[in-house]
Design a protein around this ligand. Structure first.
Ligand code: ADP
Ligand code: MG
Length: 886
């Protein structure tokens, strides 16, 4: 095919951006060609056409979108995981001959966007960069860094790796939940298992491969030092993070490249201090449904959705971060709690404060757009409206005395200078576009005022001149006219043309009249004719200058945004506490958890007020260090477990808690494990996941941890499950002499026997009242064991047909008499489970290496058997033999 100059230009630019869809600006449209057009037309649902140029033998597929509607289309492409390179005309087509120069001015990718249409106001949008150590340098950590270009948040961290186990890394990444991940091509290839796991967590995650050089120590350091204009990175507290710095430098280089702008709003690199935080690993976060529900991944129904009473987007994002990075240090937690308390105690002041916050827009993102040269006049006006609230907010803060609120008060910059600047310069009714004028207020700039005056009064100015010339020439009938050939002219009748002064230049003679021009008239005409263009140009220039002046103050704006976020979160937690009757928890260092009338913050919200049954929970290092909770299905075991974990967690973010009283010790980690929940997203077998997680607890829990185990062992056969549950429970009571605070819900009633030998074990159950054939759930935790499962009653409540449950009662009766199976204790154990088809053989209950038949014999006490049972055991032994053979 023959290549036109335009096509050549397109191909050259496309060559540089092969991994992106290229938006090629042509007049009022962005056009896409070739494969880009095919892909985009599908996602956007727009028509695919083809360019039927005379020279082109093969038709080129293309599609286009109007530039003024680009944001919407762009959003769709990016949400579908694509990168988009936006290529603009960088010359005025009117003033160029031949082809207009074009350049890619911006690249938008899932992680790098400042578009409101793509971003979720309540969540940060991070890109993450990863740098892996060389295999030879076995023990050095993985470096990782996160940057949210829409707010300027820049984080760095390192995570040690042990062999091929990347749990800790996955954990950190999923906590921050980036939209895009950068790594070098080589690492991408080497880390396929990790990549697969990350994709499992978030399907749309976009991986961007970058040149290895950008992650090299020297170049990464230089990128950072140049950006921050410092001589070293000590001031940020990250000098020691060598692979972290490689990740951060590579990341910054990438963002600079995609934004094609200086990133003035990225002001510091913050190390993520893992030690200072309460660690909640990835699966615990999911199990506890902190930010999204386990099923469906919805925000609604998560803890965050119940907590979030914030008003500003900055506040919403901070609350989320606090939830994912709870504190560990008692003093800091108490400071936050005192702040919340003060606001709880002053409903009037809080109300007033929250009303002021309602007028504050997303300062962080507004600021970023201005810094990146993308903000328009409406952004500027939104900034002004927000800044207008600051003095009143600051004044409202004055009345409160606790250290945290005092600190926010003293750090809040009112930014009156910026408020004033925008107020004086920018028109409230300015349009979205920057090239149509009407951006700058009158009175701000002399020359602009002159132009506006000229445009507004063009007719009058001409008429004034007409009057003046009439006066001078004394020709009463002299009048101004206009035509396309000469523009403005003076016209007098032929009779009067003799009176015309010297400086009039004759242009045209008609039958009855003559037409003249004067230099003054032509000058005025020229001024009027060019005024519009000049005005647009000047307004744009003035606007850009103001935008730069504001951008230069971005660090002050971002500091203020941070203070607003802090106060918003405190006020939100106070609001929450008042609305839902939460209490202020006390903190202790006695390793004790004591909750009076605790409730589950999310489940209680789904019920009518007063319907949720509150429960007392106590865990300590003496008599109830491991609580074993039994009770039928649906009694409320999982609920009481989770609510305890959530109350402890809420305390650590500095929130009041759903209880009437709570005394909580600081904990270093919360582990929760839920058995029998198929982890479909990761495609691993249930049991494997369950055991992985259990191993993780046993390896990492300390005497300061809180462990929640919900029916672990369910993923395998009954005996294995019981054996594992028992051994795990035993280990948790005895680990490191002191043991680990644990709540263990189980359907293995045998576990309650552990309390006989271990004094720190407490048996508890959830009370149920029997009533006729059925049962009533009381949802009340009581300190005694139960040995009944009420499985058949629950089945009946669930709607299993009556003849089936009646039959189940018959079978149960047989089992209880030992008729059903070969071994009395097995029969008792089975009572809870559905006595369905044959159980799989329980091979691994016995020590490995031994034949199962030997195990069976060892587990049998012949003196206890009836002849009939002995015969049963022989049959079973034969069955096991055959099973082993096949
Ligand atoms: P289990 O784990 O024992 O099977 P769940 O904790 O899943 O039971 O609770 C089952 C249901 O019972 C919950 O969905 C909730 O509707 C209700 N429930 C649980 N605890 C309470 C409570 N304390 N007060 C009121 N309803 C409760
Ligand atoms: Mg449960």
């Amino acid at each position: 095919m023959k290549i036109t100059p335009m096509l050549r230009q397109y191909l050259e630019i496309k060559e540089q951006h092969q991994d992106a869809i290229l938006f090629y600006r042509m007049g009022d449209f962005y056009e896409m060609f070739f494969a880009d057009a095919v892909a985009a037309s599908k996602i956007l649902g727009i028509t695919l056409t083809s360019r039927s140029s005379k020279e082109a033998e093969n038709k080129i597929p293309m599609c286009g979108i109007p530039f003024h509607a680009a944001a919407n289309y762009l959003g769709k492409l990016v949400k579908a995981g694509h990168r988009v390179a936006i290529c603009e005309q960088v010359e005025d087509p009117k003033q160029t001959k031949g082809i207009v120069r074009r350049e890619v001015v911006r690249i938008v990718s899932p992680g790098v966007t400042t578009d409101e249409q793509i971003l979720d106001a309540k969540t940060n949008c991070f890109v993450c960069a990863l740098v892996f150590p060389r295999k030879s340098k076995g023990s050095s950590p993985v470096g990782l860094s996160f940057l949210d270009a829409s707010t300027g948040n820049f984080l760095v961290s390192e995570v040690p790796v042990r062999g091929d186990d990347h749990t800790a890394l996955l954990d950190m990444i999923s906590r921050i939940n980036p939209a895009e991940i950068l790594l070098s091509e080589e690492h991408y290839r080497q880390q396929q298992p990790l990549v697969a796991d990350l994709k499992g967590l978030q399907e749309q995650l976009c991986f961007t491969l970058r040149p290895e050089e950008q992650f090299q120590q020297a170049s990464a350091r230089i990128t950072l030092l140049e950006h921050f204009q410092t001589v070293n990175l000590d001031g940020f507290g990250c000098a020691a993070l060598s692979s972290g710095i490689r990740a951060a430098g590579g990341l910054l280089a990438y963002i600079e490249e995609t934004q094609k702008a200086a990133l003035g709003h990225v002001r510091k690199l913050t190390p993520i201090n893992q030690e200072g935080h309460l660690v909640i690993d990835e699966s615990s976060r999911r199990n506890l449904e902190l930010t999204e529900t386990l099923i469906g991944g919805r925000r609604e129904g998560s803890l965050l959705s119940v907590l979030d009473h914030t008003i500003t987007p900055m506040g919403a994002r901070l609350l989320r971060q606090r939830l994912l990075f709870p504190l560990q240090e008692q003093q800091r937690i108490e400071q936050r709690l005192d702040g919340v308390e003060e606001l709880v105690n002053d409903p009037g002041g809080r109300e007033q404060l929250r009303r002021l916050l309602e007028e504050v827009h997303d300062l962080e993102r507004l600021c970023s757009r201005l810094v990146l040269g993308q903000g328009n006049a409406r952004d500027m006006w939104a900034m002004k409206v927000s800044l207008a609230q600051l003095p009143a907010i600051r004044q409202a803060l004055e009345q409160w005395r606790c250290p945290l609120l005092r600190a926010i008060h003293s750090q809040l910059d009112e930014l009156t200078d910026l408020h004033q600047l925008i107020g004086e310069a920018i028109r409230e009714d300015a349009p979205i576009t920057l090239r149509e004028g009407r951006l700058i207020r009158e009175g701000f700039h002399q020359e602009l005022d002159r132009l506006i005056h000229l445009l507004r009064n063009d007719r009058q100015l001409i008429l004034n001149l007409e009057a003046k010339e009439r006066e001078r020439t004394k020709i009463a009938k002299l009048k101004v006219g206009y035509n396309k050939v000469f523009g403005y002219f003076f016209e007098v009748s032929r009779a009067q043309s003799a009176q015309i002064p010297e400086d009039f230049i004759r242009k045209q003679t008609l039958v009855n009249a003559e037409r003249f021009i004067t230099p003054e008239l032509k000058e005025l005409e020229h001024s009027i004719a060019t005024a519009q263009d000049k005005r647009l140009e000047l307004e744009y220039a003035l606007f850009s200058e103001i935008r730069e002046r504001i951008a230069a103050q971005s660090s002050r704006i971002l500091d203020t945004a941070q203070q607003i976020a802090r106060i918003d979160v405190l006020a939100c937690l106070a609001e929450l506490a008042c609305q839902y009757r939460y209490c202020k928890p006390r903190l202790n260092s006695r390793a004790e958890i004591r909750i009076s009338e605790g409730r589950h913050p999310v489940i209680e919200r789904t019920m009518e007020s007063g319907r949720f049954v509150p429960n007392d929970v106590r865990l300590d290092q003496d008599s109830c260090q491991l609580m074993i909770i039994t009770g039928p299905n649906m009694a409320g075991k999982s609920t009481v477990l989770r609510q305890t974990a959530l109350i402890v967690l809420l305390t650590h973010i500095g929130s009041f808690v759903p209880a009437t009283e709570a005394d909580i010790c600081t904990v270093d980690r919360i582990f929760t494990r839920v058995g029998a929940m198929d982890d479909l997203r990761r495609g691993q077998s249930t049991f494997m996941v369950e055991m992985n997680e259990t191993a993780n607890i046993l390896n990492n829990a300390t005497s300061h941890s809180l462990v929640i185990l919900d029916e672990i062992g369910r993923g395998t056969s009954t005996y294995d499950g019981l054996a594992i549950a028992w051994a795990v429970a035993e280990e948790l009571v005895t680990k490191d002499q002191t043991g680990i605070k644990t709540m263990f819900a189980t359907h293995y009633h045998e576990l309650t026997e552990l309390a006989a030998s271990q004094e720190r074990v407490l048996n508890a159950s959830i009370a149920v009242r029997e009533w006729n054939e059925t049962i009533i759930f009381l949802h009340k935790l009581i300190p005694e064991a139960t040995n009944r499962s009420y499985g058949i009653q629950v089945a009946a409540l669930a709607g299993v047909p009556e003849h089936v449950t009646r039959r189940a009662y018959e079978i149960l009766a047989q089992v209880e008499q030992g008729d059903f199976h070969h071994h009395p204790s097995i029969a008792r154990e089975k009572r809870g489970a559905n006595p369905g088809p044959e159980q799989p053989c329980q091979l691994s209950l016995f020590p490995t290496g031994k034949h199962p038949v030997i195990g069976l014999l060892e587990a049998t006490d012949p003196d206890e058997l009836t002849p009939r049972q002995a015969q049963e055991i022989l049959y079973e032994a034969q069955r096991l033999l055959r099973a082993g053979d096949s």
